[in-house]
Design a protein around this ligand. Sequence first.
Ligand SMILES: Nc1ncnc2c1ncn2[C@@H]1O[C@H](COP(=O)(O)OP(=O)(O)O)[C@@H](O)[C@H]1O
Ligand code: SF4
Ligand SMILES: [Mg+2]
Length: 338
Amino acid sequence: MAVISAFNLKKRFNLEAGFFARFGRFVYAVNDVSFSIGENESYGLVGESGCGKTTTARLLVRMYKADSGRIIFQDREDVLAMKRGELKKYRERVKYVFQDPARSLNPRMSIYDVLVSGYRWSSRRVGEKTARREAAAVLEEVGLDGADLERRSTEFSGGQRQRISIARGLLMKPDLLICDEVVSALDVSIQGQILNLLLDIRSRHKLSFLFIAHDLKVACYFCDRIGVMYRGELMEEAPAADLYRTALHPYTRLLFSSALGSGSPAAFPEGPGRNPAFERELKTPLSELAGCAFAERCPLAEDRCFREQPVLQPAGRTDGGSPAPENHRVRCFRTGPG
Ligand SMILES: Nc1ncnc2c1ncn2[C@@H]1O[C@H](COP(=O)(O)OP(=O)(O)O)[C@@H](O)[C@H]1O
Ligand code: SF4
Ligand SMILES: [Mg+2]
């Protein structure tokens, strides 16, 4: 069973406000994204800054309204059609942990208030005593002390604050935890601790994750399956181990070669560090694209790539001719089925 499935999600933002909105210029943040996350599965959404990861996650919890597409929760509930009461319950089942704990935790509130604020807005009524007991338990679960409930978030380090954010996400025992770049703002050593904490939580609870990261290595460490996004589109999707062994899409290979530092795939002999295209700030499309979103940067691009849009489809076979697994999908004319 899928915990959540997204079909053909699209979202564009109007760059003009007020009167000028009618002449709208748009950024196409999410273009036709489809994926699903199974029970107890960790699905990674990976790509450079600006490629549409956060927008996709916010569409899932209806922080943004999708322009089109469908979102189905637990194979039956139509998220985009939910009324207020249903949406409230849905948001107890699907929790969002933000990238920056310093901004997402109110410094004036005690940790207890931060944690149980979820209960106040929820359909579940619990008494003060139960709330306190559950808040202390979840705080201990993330490696802090029950006595920390009375302290304020400003008294904690960045890593500890991220633990508090995770505790807040876990308190209602959700079915899906969305972790949006939860380790990106942390030092490498702290990143490892938080990742291990999440792995620990995974093994103890029946829980699915949408794990968002710009670092492919981090995502491969944590996730079962990964979708690689570029300019609002999914370019490749595969089990993490397959992606690690045989990334097919030129963009994924570029991401890997940059993550691993050396050993650039043959398609990128110059190495990403010296590839000015890779260092350039990624631009979100300002119009609907005629061809492949990656064509301008792709060393394998041919004429067709600028005219036609490839679709995401089962990879068929790898470069070496051996069959790729059925659940390895790629959006590329030159590395698709053939
Ligand atoms: N609320 C918004 N209003 C206008 N543009 C937005 C908004 N949120 C995101 N965008 C734009 O949409 C694109 C995708 O952003 P985002 O989803 O945050 O990417 P990521 O999380 O992968 O870094 C970017 O160009 C960003 O500037
Ligand atoms: S479709 Fe063409 S431009 Fe796009 S990734 Fe494949 S080879 Fe490159
Ligand atoms: Mg983001």
